[in-house]
Design a protein around this ligand. Structure first.
Ligand code: TNX
Length: 515
């Protein structure tokens, strides 16, 4: 049987001699996104999953996750046991030191697959690679008769950046817990390890805060276009956090302030300098709202909100927004950011804010998230020189809400059109003048939802660009190659097809027939 028969990507059929054995090993297939640090093909494979296969694991949840997917697609029992010795073995020892905390080593032979890592997060990433090395149907919703194979070889892999995020705006349009879980599953396939939830904006407040019922009853009651909105109870939110954690994704809650706050201002009059609550807002213009930065009531409110969010957040970060505060005087803005940083710190969390916060004196731990396509920002480079870490989300490349081309029905285009080649065509280490490679914590793909209201809309805008940003965040700079990336991406098409993930069939990619 042909070991790489399903791949259908031209470069995969190249063969090269295997060192010394005299037997030819097939080239390792170029199908994994993000591309691993190194892949070496071996002879004697492939591994074929059979009815009597077992999974052994040092981390029960990861074994169950993998077996759960493969049971659905094969109908095999795939019992999961603790320890070693399974046909597929997930082992927390013996990995080379280079894998670090998030990497892994995957070895596949005729007899089985072993994934080794130092930490569970690494094992989970190895499992994603394993799934992508199997035929697409292995991730499908019903049993298939075709064999599930894995090419023989070794993958050694670890991320370029520790932080690889995806942001979902649940404020402009509300998305249910199940819709967010669906997106978590989708991003986890590409080794994204942070989900940033934009929980409040002018058009809606989406998280219940004890003692502040109007935030959700009133502030959560609408969305862009005037729909009914919605919000998460704290139990809902905890369910999202737990679901994400089981996929090694850490949730970062964002409460955007002092601008982008009309929903809060409409809910509590005391947050307004004139003491008058504005009407709810369902348009898409920005820059008109601000919390009253001179009122103590504002800081009491923020302390309550951040305090409760901190308790719901096992991860280190709370995002305070800070973007486009065009209705806040610059000196008030600076004082506000400096004070809110301390509130977040007092609740034991680290601040992330959009890069405008760099006009303030930042705490050493505070992280700035860069969004401007311009690639230069004096405040940010000054902060970076003093040690501020930066997450890169330049809108022209990493904003998944921007249109692919002139004909794209969904999305906005203020940062320019952004087809997949363009989404992939940048380097976080050199993007912002004055922000050196050493200051870059990672990357984030942002999905704003002014024009998006369903999971189909999310899928269409996120795929295939989210994998482009994921690869920029994970893979070594030396592997960056647009043509090779397009080939890997093409191999994802059939996968999305079987998983029911609708995607934009960018003409830049030679999608296999039928995907
Ligand atoms: C800019 S850049 C925003 C969002 C919008 C988005 C639409 C930044 C941090 N904020 O408020 O939703 O553009 O593309």
């Amino acid at each position: 049987m042909c070991t790489v028969g399903w791949f259908g990507v031209s470069t995969l059929v190249r063969h090269h001699p295997a060192g010394g054995s005299g037997e030819a090993a097939p080239a390792f297939p170029n199908v994994v996104v993000p591309v691993p640090v190194s892949t070496v093909a071996a002879t004697g494979g492939p591994f074929t999953l059979t009815r009597d296969a077992t999974v052994s694991t040092d981390v029960p949840g990861i074994g169950d996750y993998l077996a759960g997917i493969l049971r659905v697609s094969t109908g095999f029992a795939l019992p999961v046991s603790a320890g070693a010795g399974g046909t597929i073995a997930l082992v927390l020892s013996g990995a080379p030191a280079t894998v670090g905390d998030q990497g892994y080593q995957l070895t596949s032979t005729h007899d089985g697959v072993v994934i080794r890592a130092a930490k569970p997060a690494g094992l989970f990433s190895g499992v994603q690679t394993l799934l992508q090395l199997m035929p697409p149907a292995a991730q499908g919703p019903s049993p298939v008769s075709a064999p599930v194979t894995v090419p023989a070889g070794t993958v050694l892999d670890h991320p370029r950046y520790a932080y690889r995020g995806a942001m979902l705006d649940v404020a402009r349009h509300f998305f249910t817990v199940d819709q967010v879980k669906r997106y978590i599953d989708e991003i986890a396939h590409y080794k994204i390890n942070y989900l940033h939830l934009h929980l409040s904006d002018d058009q809606g407040w989406r998280i219940a805060i004890d003692g502040r019922p109007r935030l959700t009853d009133h502030g959560g009651s609408t969305e862009v276009g005037g729909g009914q909105g919605g919000f998460y109870t704290q139990a809902d939110y905890s369910a999202i956090v737990a679901y994400a954690a089981a996929r090694y994704v850490t949730v970062i809650p964002e409460i955007d302030m002092p601008g982008h706050t009309n929903a809060a201002l409409a809910s509590y009059a005391e947050l307004n300098c004139d003491g008058v609550a504005p009407k709810l807002y369902t348009g898409i213009n920005v820059g008109f709202s601000t919390l009253c930065t001179s009122r103590e009531a504002t800081y009491a409110f923020i302390d309550e909100v951040i305090g409760q969010l901190a308790k719901l957040t096992p991860g280190p970060y709370i995002h305070i927004g800070g973007d486009e505060s065009q209705s806040t005087a610059p000196e008030d803005y600076v004082a506000f950011v400096e004070r809110v940083q301390k509130i977040v710190e007092s609740h034991g969390k680290t601040v992330i804010g959009w890069h405008e916060i760099a006009s303030a004196d930042l705490l050493p731990s505070t992280v700035a998230q860069y969004w401007d396509p311009a690639g230069a920002n004096a405040d940010l480079s000054r902060a970076a020189a003093k040690g501020t870490k930066v997450i890169m989300s330049p809108a022209s490349h990493a904003y998944l809400d921007q249109k692919y081309d002139d004909g794209t029905q969904l999305g906005l285009d203020w940062a320019g059109l952004n087809d997949v080649d363009h989404a992939y065509d940048w380097d976080p280490a050199t993007y912002v003048i004055g922000v050196p490679a050493s200051a870059v914590l990672g990357v984030e793909a942002s999905l704003w939802t002014e024009t998006l209201s369903s999971s189909d809309d999310i899928d269409f805008m996120a795929f295939p660009r989210l994998p482009a940003i994921a690869e920029i965040g994970w893979s070594p700079a030396e592997t960056h190659d647009a043509k090779a990336f397009r080939e890997r991406l093409a191999a994802q098409g059939p996968r999305w097809q079987v998983m029911g993930v609708g995607y934009y069939k960018s003409p830049q990619v030679a999608w296999p027939a039928g995907s």
